[in-house]
Write a protein that binds this ligand. Structure first.
Ligand SMILES: *[C@@H]1O[C@H](CO)[C@@H](O)[C@H](O)[C@H]1NC(C)=O
Ligand SMILES: *[C@@H]1O[C@H](CO)[C@@H](O)[C@H](O)[C@H]1NC(C)=O
Length: 468
């Protein structure tokens, strides 16, 4: 993660030189391959069988808690209504503001056209829902302040319907150009560009656009084609009050959902899979879509993004990490809590690590202000964890912007020295300590740079202690 500090290490020790294989006769190679495949197949079947057959293992303890769990979910759903009911979506006029800022920036930077595929950026400017397929569906913004939708001809009716659903104010009035199935979307882009006039020759492509599209356009047009500039990319970083309210609500109810699970849904003997299932259930009850969860117990929590290895069950001394989120009105949540199941059985070393992580979040909340660099935000948390002796165990950046994307700019990374906080930035603060084979702790909350330049917490409150 550290810039200028990259290392190369072999993934696995090498057993034989590749020459050895080259020398073997073709037949022997086939025989060997078959043998290896046979052994692999045997292993796969064996492992699969072991998953279902535990000789002498106790059957999982029954959790007679369905009533408690469902009552807790009802209370959670009621609680979520507090912020979801009456929560406004981003109003239509803001899409005009967004496009105006885009056009102003394009003019300042001498950009003739900005081309994008369906993506978060596309959604940000158009509110248009479309799924990427092998047939390019593009939006082109040109510096004469026009928006053009380029659609496969046979999808034109659907594209018009989707545009009506996007329901943007009449001030935004895109034209639509169709490309026929036996024609070329890229030649259509070229023709569209020819019909607009500009001093500038520069075309910029939204960074997540697929390579065949960017290259197809480059091959068709006479202009210079580049990836979007940082300035253009970063126009989404400053959030409006309406966006902040949605981000606050979706993240707040995600924390509540974890707390509900922690207090009413987890028991000794429970598997990670069952914890994850309940977490998803809770997130759906509060109204989130596209939900996801990492539920990691004990040593598995040492893998920051989980691991496909041996699942762990909850024991009396377990430490449980839940990282979860979902989507509300297109905006994402991403929050983490780590807690002991039983305070009395909590390990002192792990408790101390938990405190360091929590103190690191507090240090950011108390000390960071607008104008500070993203690197400084990371280091403020990191120094505290290093001083406590866990520096090497905090292996990832401190956090990331959050909005239409779960991970977006700005990135709180000690190498990100050219990024400076501005009012309206929303980002995660998620320090972690990971000791492989032993434990992992992470706490993740959402911070906002408010209009006074200090930080507000968008998730209600930081975790109070490792079991509350
Ligand atoms: C944006 O589109 C969604 C449907 O995808 C719609 O519910 C919402 O009202 C639209 N926004 C505006 C400002 O109309
Ligand atoms: C507490 O956890 C640490 C870190 O995993 C471990 O080294 C230590 O042995 C544990 N202590 C006890 C009493 O289990």
């Amino acid at each position: 993660m550290t810039l200028g500090n990259n290392e190369t290490t072999p993934m696995l020790p090498r057993r034989q030189s590749s020459n050895h294989w080259n020398k073997l006769k073709h037949k022997t190679m086939i025989l060997r391959t078959l043998l290896v495949l046979g052994v692999l197949a045997g292993l796969v079947v064996g492992i699969a069988a072991l998953q279902f057959w535990h000789p002498g293992a106790p059957s999982p303890p029954p959790f007679n808690d369905n009533d408690e769990w469902h009552q807790a979910l009802d209370a959670l759903a009621q609680d979520a209504k507090g912020c979801v009911d009456g929560l406004p979506r981003v109003p239509g006029e803001q899409y005009i503001d967004r496009q105006n800022r885009l056009f102003d920036t394009m003019q300042q930077e001498g950009v003739f056209a900005y081309v994008m595929e369906p993506s978060s950026t596309f959604l940000y400017y158009t509110n248009l829902t479309w799924t990427r397929t092998e047939r390019p569906f593009l939006v082109v913004f040109t510096d004469d302040r026009q928006m053009t939708i380029i659609t496969p001809a046979f999808e034109a009716t659907r594209a018009k319907e989707q545009w009506i659903k996007a329901n943007l104010p009449a001030g935004i009035n895109p034209s639509m150009v169709e490309w026929v199935e036996h024609g070329s979307a890229f030649d259509t882009v070229r023709d569209v560009l020819k019909s607009h006039h500009s001093q500038s020759q520069a075309i910029q492509i939204e960074p997540t656009t697929r390579y065949f599209i960017a290259e197809g356009i480059r091959a068709s047009v006479d202009h210079s084609v580049h990836i979007a500039s940082q300035t253009l990319q970063q126009l989404r970083m400053v959030k409006t009050q309406e966006e902040i309210a949605i981000i606050q609500c979706t993240n707040r109810i995600s924390v509540r959902a974890i707390e509900t699970l922690q207090h009413h849904g987890i028991h000794i003997g429970m598997s990670e899979q069952m914890i994850a299932q309940r977490m998803i259930e809770a997130l759906h009850r509060v109204g989130l879509t596209e939900t996801w969860v990492l539920a990691l117990v004990d040593a598995n929590a040492a893998f920051p993004h989980g691991q496909p290895g041996k699942p762990h069950d909850v024991t009396p001394s377990s430490l449980i990490l839940i990282d979860a989120g979902g989507k509300l009105y297109d905006y994402q949540s991403d929050v983490t809590r780590t807690f002991f199941i039983d305070p009395a059985a909590a390990n002192h070393t792990i408790k101390a690590a938990w405190r360091s992580v929590r103190n690191a979040q507090q240090a950011v909340l108390d000390n960071i202000k607008a104008g500070d660099s993203c690197a400084h935000v990371d280091l403020t948390a990191r120094n505290l964890i290093s001083d406590a002796g866990w520096g090497d165990a905090f292996t990832h950046r401190l956090g990331h912007g959050i909005g239409l994307e779960m991970h977006e700019e700005p990135f709180m990374n000690q190498g990100n020295t050219n990024c400076f906080l501005k009012p309206g930035f929303t980002f995660t603060v998620e320090p972690g300590i990971y000791v492989p084979g032993e434990f992992g702790v992470r706490l993740e909350d959402i911070f906002l740079v408010n209009e006074h330049g200090s930080l507000d917490l968008l998730t209600d409150s930081l975790a109070t202690d490792p079991w509350a």
